[in-house]
Design a protein around this ligand. Structure first.
Ligand code: G4P
Length: 549
C-alpha cells in the first residue's frame, strides 16, 4: 500500500472541498508508526541513526549514536543512562519518507524497563524485530516478541550485522520458525555469507530472483551506501557462486511456502525478513520501503465499550508514557500521547477522560532525546509530548466531542520489592510529593499498608533498575536523599478484601493496597504461594496481568 500524496489545506485548492475527516483519513493513511524491538547491542541505536540518515534528517551517521567518541545519543537524558550506555526514555522520531510520514517510537533498551516497553508497544502499529546475525534470537527479543504477539502487532524482521561473521541465513530463519512459531518470509536474501556482505537478492513470486542490489561501503558507514541494480543474469556473471547460492536458497524457501503473504503478515503469522548491516547502511532503504509498502497505517482502536474509534473520527489520543526530568534545566513533565483519531492542533482544548476536566494543549512537542520541536498539527499515528501535563498518566485518554475512553494499559507483574524512606525526617513532605509523582508517571508501582505507614512505602518493580531511577530522581529533582531496603518477596498476586486478613496472617506473606486500589499479596517465594493455594483454596489469588507470558 503506497502512501497517498499529501493534500493541500489551502481553501482555494480543489482539496478545499475535502472534509476534515477526509483529510484526516488521508493523513492517517500516510503514517507508519513502529518501534524496534531487540536485545541490547543488536544495533537498535545504529539502525535508528541509519534510518535518520536515509530520511535526510542527519547528513552523517554519528550525530545520534553515542559510542566510540561520537556525539552523545539523542535519546540519552539522565546521567545514569550515559554511564550505563542505555536509553531509559521513550521518545519518537518522525520523518517524511517519500509520500509517507514515519514515526519511530523509541523503546528502552534494558530488560528492567520492559514495563515501559510494553506501554510503548501500545502506541505502535508495527514492530521491527532486530536480530544480531551471529547471536540469533536472544532473551529480550523473545520477550518483546511475545508482547507483540499478545497485542497482534505485525512484525518485520531485520537480521543485522551481516557484514560480520555470523550464522547461515536459512539457519537463522529456522530458529525464528521453531522458537517463536512465526514463519519468516524473506523479501531479500543476502548475497555473500555473513562477513562478506555484497548485496541483496530481491525475491519475486515463487522465490524467483528479480533483482540484485549491490552496495558499496562508505568510509565508516557514515553516509548512505551507494546502490547499483543488476538483473539476475548480470548478478550471476558478476558475483558467481554467492549469487547462485542465494538464488537457490530463495527457491528452497518458496518450496516450503516461505513467501510473503500480506494477510498472514498482518495477522501476525508470518514476518517479512530483510538482511542488513545498520552500521554500513546496507538494507536500510529496503527496510524503509518495506515499512511503506507493507506495514499497516493507523487503524481503528476499540474503546472500553467495545466501539471502534476510526482514525477519521474527532480527535482522541492515548497517553502511553509520562516522563519528568528529561531536561534538567526545565524540570518539566512530559506526557507522550499517541493520536488515535482526528486532527490535533496545538492550543486546542481537549477533555481528559479520567477526570472530565478540560486540558489546554498550548505546549505540544515532538521529542527525540534532547531535540525538541513544537508541533502545530498532528494526525493519527503521531506521537506528541504535552508539557507539564501533571494530571495525565499512562493509559489515560484525551478526546474532543463525543466522550471516548480507551482501555487502561495492563501493568506487568512486579518481581522486585523494596521499601523507600527519606534519610532525613525533615524531608518528609518533599518525599511524599516525589513518590506521588513517580507513582503517577508509572516509574514504579507504589504499595502501602497500615503497618508500614506512609513514611516508608513499598516500591514494586519489574526490574531493579527502576529503583535506581527512583532514587536518582528523588535526589536530582526533589533534593531528597533516600534509603532503599530490599524486601524478601519474589512474587505478587491480586487478592480481595475478604481474603486479605487471612493472607496477612500467613508467614512469608504481606498484603498491600496499590495506588489504583488493587489489593496485592506478596509472597516470599513460589513454594509459599503454592502451599497457600493448596491449603486455603477458598482464598482469592489471581495472577497479575503478565503480558509477556
Ligand atoms: P543497541 O542500541 O541495540 O544496544 O545497539 P547499538 O546500536 O549500540 O550497537 C551495538 C554494537 O553493535 C555497537 O558496537 C555497534 O557499532 C555495533 N553494530 C550495530 N550494527 C552493526 C552492524 O550492522 N554491523 C556491525 N559490524 N556492528 C554493528 P560497539 O562496539 O558497542 O560500539 P562502537 O564502538 O562500534 O560504536
Amino acid at each position: 500500500m503506497p502512501c497517498p500524496a499529501k493534500r493541500s489545506r489551502s481553501v482555494n485548492s480543489p482539496a478545499a472541498s475535502t472534509t476534515t475527516s477526509g483529510r484526516v483519513a488521508q493523513e492517517a493513511e500516510r503514517r507508519r508508526t513502529f518501534a524496534v524491538i531487540s536485545h541490547p547491542d543488536a544495533g537498535k541505536s545504529t539502525l535508528t541513526e541509519a534510518l535518520a540518515l536515509h530520511a535526510k534528517m542527519i547528513s552523517e551517521a554519528g550525530a545520534i549514536h553515542g559510542k566510540s567518541g561520537r556525539k552523545s545519543t539523542v535519546s540519552d537524558w539522565m546521567e545514569m543512562e550515559k554511564a550505563r550506555g542505555i536509553s531509559v526514555s521513550s521518545t519518537a522520531l518522525q520523518f517524511e519518507y517519500g509520500e509517507c510520514v514515519i514515526n519511530l517510537v523509541d523503546t528502552p533498551g534494558h530488560s528492567d524497563f520492559s514495563e515501559d516497553t510494553y506501554r510503548v508497544l501500545t502506541a505502535v502499529d508495527a514492530a521491527v524485530m532486530l536480530i544480531d546475525a551471529a547471536k540469533g534470537l536472544e532473551p529480550q527479543t523473545l520477550k518483546l516478541f511475545q508482547v507483540c504477539r499478545h497485542r497482534g502487532i505485525p512484525v518485520i524482521t531485520v537480521i543485522n550485522k551481516w557484514d560480520r561473521p555470523g550464522r547461515a541465513p536459512l539457519e537463522l530463519l529456522d530458529e525464528i520458525n521453531e522458537r517463536i512459531g512465526l514463519t519468516p518470509t524473506p523479501l531479500f536474501l543476502p548475497v555473500g555469507i555473513a562477513g562478506d556482505f555484497r548485496g541483496l537478492l530481491r525475491r519475486g513470486p515463487d522465490g524467483v530472483a528479480t533483482e540484485y542490489i549491490h552496495f558499496t561501503r562508505t568510509a565508516g558507514g557514515a553516509t548512505i551506501a551507494p546502490e547499483e541494480s543488476f538483473t539476475p543474469e548480470q548478478a550471476a556473471a558478476r558475483e558467481g557462486e554467492p549469487w547462485e547460492t542465494a538464488a537457490e536458497e530463495s527457491e528452497l524457501l518458496s518450496a516450503t511456502g516461505q513467501d510473503h503473504d500480506q494477510e498472514l503478515f498482518l495477522a501476525g503469522q508470518t514476518s517479512p525478513v530483510i538482511y542488513a548491516s545498520a552500521m554500513l547502511n546496507f538494507g536500510v532503504r529496503q527496510l524503509l520501503d518495506t515499512l511503506v509498502a507493507l506495514a499497516p497505517s493507523p487503524g481503528p482502536r476499540t474503546d472500553i465499550t467495545g466501539t471502534p474509534r476510526e482514525p477519521s473520527d474527532p480527535f482522541s489520543a492515548v497517553v502511553f508514557k509520562v516522563q519528568a526530568g528529561m531536561d534538567a534545566a526545565h524540570r518539566d513533565r512530559l506526557a507522550f500521547m499517541r493520536i488515535v483519531s482526528g486532527e490535533f492542533e496545538r492550543g486546542m482544548v481537549v477533555t481528559h477522560a479520567q477526570t472530565g476536566r478540560p486540558f489546554a494543549t498550548k505546549y505540544a512537542l515532538t521529542v527525540f532525546g534532547r531535540e525538541r520541536a513544537t508541533v502545530d498539527t498532528a494526525y493519527p499515528g503521531d506521537v506528541v509530548g504535552l508539557v507539564n501535563a501533571t494530571a495525565l498518566a499512562p493509559g489515560h485518554t484525551l478526546f474532543v466531542d463525543k466522550k471516548v475512553e480507551f482501555p487502561p494499559i495492563p501493568s506487568f507483574a512486579p518481581e522486585h520489592f523494596a521499601t523507600l524512606r527519606a534519610r532525613s525526617a525533615g524531608k518528609y513532605k518533599q518525599f511524599r510529593k516525589a513518590i506521588d509523582q513517580l507513582d503517577s508517571e508509572g516509574v514504579v508501582q507504589v504499595l502501602r499498608n497500615d503497618v508500614r505507614g506512609d513514611a516508608s512505602p513499598v516500591l514494586a518493580a519489574v526490574g531493579p533498575m527502576q529503583f535506581e531511577v527512583v532514587t536518582a530522581r528523588m535526589q536530582a529533582e526533589f533534593n531528597v536523599e533516600t534509603q532503599l531496603d530490599f524486601l524478601p518477596y519474589q512474587l505478587a498476586r491480586r487478592t480481595d478484601a475478604a481474603s486479605a486478613p487471612e493472607l496477612d496472617r500467613q508467614r512469608g506473606v504481606e498484603v498491600f493496597t496499590r495506588t489504583d486500589g488493587a489489593i496485592l499479596a506478596l509472597f516470599s517465594d513460589k513454594w509459599r504461594l503454592q502451599y497457600i493455594q493448596k491449603e486455603m483454596a477458598d482464598l482469592t489469588l489471581e495472577p497479575l496481568v503478565a503480558t509477556a507470558d
